[in-house]
Design a protein around this ligand. Structure first.
Ligand SMILES: [Zn+2]
Length: 370
């Protein structure tokens, strides 16, 4: 499938980094040019406004539905919903569907796959992850997923243990030494490990094991926040997901009151937690946790939640674009870079709600929306 490239002239406020703004750029054959070059004549299409590099959703499960893997057609619909919301780069944070074919679809966002989530029986949502009967198998399973994915492995670090005396509560899934061996195995495959972590208890293990990312991070204790910051470990707060904790607590009230009370407490202080991470200098990332329970295409909602938590909009824009691109190895939008851009009618750093209304989405130099 090859669509002819219409050259583009993009003007206004083209934001490319924290201190980097240009007044215009050109797109030829799918590539960004920051120099005028040969005149384009009337053939160039004009796009104008506030322009960002494509947004990045680092926790977005393409291929996952409410009851596990979806079919390919549904996965395409999910990816298109993300794309049309301005997300042009996704790290999937685990998917039960093998989605490597997305790489061949030039009309879909760039995808960094994390393979299958690794979990244990009865210690995660059914049909979502690969469940290991024996925790000692984790390092081998990580190696396999690292080889199957695109440089990331996703572990479920904690979940409700329903078999505890006195009722279920969140507990780590993996002994610290096993977790450490698993991270070593991933790093030996040049893969990074990010871990689902709701609870306080798991965070010490994650630091000891030297993980590369923390998902949710609702329980990172105050006394460990500085260490997370000093080590530069990115945290993806997934506030759309954490907003559901009250609902999860209600469902758990009757059978698992201890767990319910904990989820309710973390829900109540979710904004405070994100602000504490931000103020300590922890690198934060934007992840919708779409797939499963949350719909795709909601990146602007997650960004608005982060601003509601007290993060300045300009920082949220940076987290959702160039900072995440750099973390995933995509670098700055420079001369010759793939033209993955989103155009807005106003400055999202002034009003984050603007992210809900892209006027054009340009993926690989093609205007896919607007
Ligand atoms: Zn998730």
């Amino acid at each position: 499938m090859s669509v002819p490239h219409v050259p583009l002239h993009v003007s206004g406020h083209v934001l490319l980094g924290d201190e980097r703004e240009v007044g215009e750029l050109w797109v030829r054959e799918g590539r960004v040019s920051l120099t005028r070059g040969a005149p384009q004549g009337s053939a160039a299409r004009e796009l104008s406004g506030w322009v960002l590099p494509g947004l990045v959703d680092v926790h977005c499960h393409i291929g996952l539905g409410a009851s596990g893997a979806v079919d390919q057609e549904t996965a395409v619909t999910q990816a298109v919903a993300d794309r049309d919301a301005g997300v042009l780069l996704v790290r999937d944070a685990g998917s039960p569907l093998d989605t490597r074919w997305v790489h061949d679809r030039t009309d879909l966002p760039r995808l960094v796959r994390a393979g299958r989530h690794l979990a244990r029986p009865r210690r995660y949502l059914r049909h979502f992850g690969l469940e290991l009967d024996d925790v000692a198998d984790l390092p081998d399973a990580v190696r396999t997923q690292a080889r199957a994915g695109d440089g990331w492995v996703k572990l479920v670090g904690d979940w409700i243990d329903r078999d505890l005396d006195g009722g279920g509560d969140l507990r780590p899934l993996w002994p610290r030494d096993v977790l450490t061996d698993a991270v070593v195995a991933a790093h030996a495959e040049a893969a990074r490990v990010t871990v689902h972590a709701f609870s306080e208890e798991v965070v010490g293990d994650l630091l000891a094991a030297d993980v590369d990312g923390i998902e949710h991070g609702t329980g990172i204790p105050a006394e460990l926040i500085d260490e997370v910051a000093a080590r530069g470990i990115p945290v993806t707060p997934t506030l759309l997901q954490v907003a559901r904790f009250e609902e999860i607590a209600q469902q758990a009230d009757a059978r698992y009151p201890v767990y319910a009370e904990r989820m309710r407490r973390m829900h109540a202080r979710r904004h405070e937690q994100v602000r504490a991470l931000y103020e300590a200098g922890v690198p934060l990332l934007v992840g919708t946790d779409a797939g499963g329970t949350i719909g795709h295409g909601r990146v602007a909602d997650e960004c608005a939640e982060l601003v509601a938590a007290g993060i300045p909009a300009a920082d949220v824009v940076a987290m959702a674009t160039w900072r995440a691109r750099e973390l995933l190895g995509f670098g700055d939008v420079v001369e010759g870079a793939s033209a993955d851009l989103v155009v807005y009618p106003a400055d999202p750093r002034e009003d984050i709600e603007v992210l809900h209304h892209p006027t054009a989405v340009v993926l690989r130099g093609q205007v896919v929306l607007g």
